[in-house]
Ligand binder design. Structure first.
Ligand SMILES: *Cc1c(COP(=O)(O)O)cnc(C)c1O
Length: 399
């Protein structure tokens, strides 16, 4: 730490319109937390809602379902409105990202002939799922070297689906959602986006971006807690063209008629399958409300400022110790975390976590990720985390 950088960080905190929201989280003493892009810190209101749910379960018993049955849609509409820039009925909250990817990729394969495309740097579960769907359907699986429209245009033959991450889970680089969605459409393919690292952080605006399908986590920037369900988005124009490959009773138009044959519900709700995880859904609603209160524009601006400060301080104080910034320097191309590259990244991360300095994570082969989540991280936390990292490196990682 230098006196000037600490003073500057304090001034940034003093001018931060979101500074007051930090106290709305259940804060505990501990390391500087920079892993909220893996598991967001719990908002205090969310913990209260979960306690209320427990009370309701105990008192209302099975009658409670009356108020819980439509939670996947209510949580979906809240995300559509406050987080994703989608229309009512286009988003539901259910299952995990992996399962939703599987459902939507299979639906896309049933709709059109041609290959499935993903990118070599996509999150592993996405690549595994798309590869499995392609193999099951007897389709080609094309893996792009770069997530760009040019790379997509160079793929030969018919395409059924292009599945990409909006924000690279390793480098934090933002892909061109609108440009790639348009490029996919030109090829007759549906564009399926994984928004796990952008939902609750960036102004995604699915409506205008031209994305056809999307999935994403709620336990990262939306703070809905460990194992909270994922969301899925289906553009309204596609609702009747796509069928849920796991047509369970929650996706049925008349669930409690218990009839002999399946008939899908209207809207994205046709992609619901089984009994919803009520605790997780209650937490998703609380998370969406907090984002709405903060404003996605202000969240994105603060994220950009926090990661900008982190990049600057890493250059200034960590480069001497062999750390390089592996994230885009252009703030418009950078998501919510910064990749710090180091030849001994695994040991550096273990030392940071083990010493109680910074709670962060390591990604193969040489990345330490620092994610200053905007609602609960201060600029002084960034300054402090860089200083603790510098001290560990200066001591040779062993000291
Ligand atoms: C965290 C994350 C996931 C997690 O998927 P689950 O099936 O919900 O475990 C998927 N994709 C990306 C890009 C992620 O960052």
């Amino acid at each position: 730490m230098s006196e000037t950088s600490r003073a500057r960080a304090r001034a940034l905190d003093a001018a931060d319109p979101l500074a007051g929201l930090r106290e709305r989280f259940a804060l505990r003493d501990g390391p500087v937390y920079l892993d909220g892009n893996s598991l967001g810190r719990p908002p205090a209101a969310t913990l209260e809602r979960l306690a209320e749910l427990g009370e309701r379960w105990a008192s209302e018993l099975v009658s409670g379902w009356e108020g819980w049955l439509d939670l996947p849609l209510r949580a979906g509409d809240a995300l559509a409105r406050h987080v994703l820039g989608a229309r009512p009925g286009e988003v539901v909250v259910c299952d995990s990202v992996s399962v939703n990817l599987f459902k939507l990729a299979l639906a896309a394969v049933d709709r059109a002939p041609g290959a499935l495309v993903s990118w070599a740097g996509d999150f592993p579960t996405d690549r595994y799922v798309v590869a499995a769907v392609a193999a099951r359907a007897g389709r080609r699986h094309v893996v792009l070297g770069e997530p760009t429209a040019d790379a997509l245009e160079a793929v030969a033959g018919d395409l059924a689906l292009v599945c990409l991450s909006h924000v690279d889970y390793r480098s934090g680089a933002i892909a061109d959602l609108a440009g790639l969605s348009a490029a996919a459409r030109e090829r007759g393919a549906l564009a399926l986006w994984d928004l796990s690292h952008s939902a609750g952080l960036l102004e995604v605006d699915l409506e205008r971006s031209g994305a056809d399908l999307a999935v994403g986590c709620t336990y990262k920037y939306l703070g809905a807690g460990p194992g909270s369900p994922a969301f899925l988005y289906v553009r309204e124009a596609l609702h009747d063209a796509l069928a849920n490959p796991i047509p369970g009773w929650f996706g049925h138009a008349e669930q409690f008629a218990m009839g002999p044959a399946y008939a899908p519900r209207p809207g994205a709700a046709r992609f619901l399958t089984g009994t919803p995880p009520v605790a997780g859904l209650v937490a998703v609603l609380a998370g969406a409300e907090l984002v709405a209160e903060a404003g996605l524009d202000r969240i994105a601006a603060k994220s950009s400022a926090l990661t900008g400060l982190l990049v600057e301080l890493a250059d200034e104080r960590l480069a001497f110790h062999g750390v390089r910034v592996g994230s885009p320097r252009d703030p418009r191309r950078r998501g919510g975390h910064v990749a710090l590259l180091h030849p001994r990244a695994r040991e550096l991360c273990a030392a940071l976590v083990g010493s109680g300095a910074v709670l962060c994570d390591f990604r193969e082969p040489d990345v330490v990720r620092f994610a200053p989540t905007p609602l609960d991280t201060r600029f002084v936390d960034v300054d402090e985390a860089v200083e603790r990292t510098r001290a560990l490196l200066a001591a040779g990682l062993d000291g």
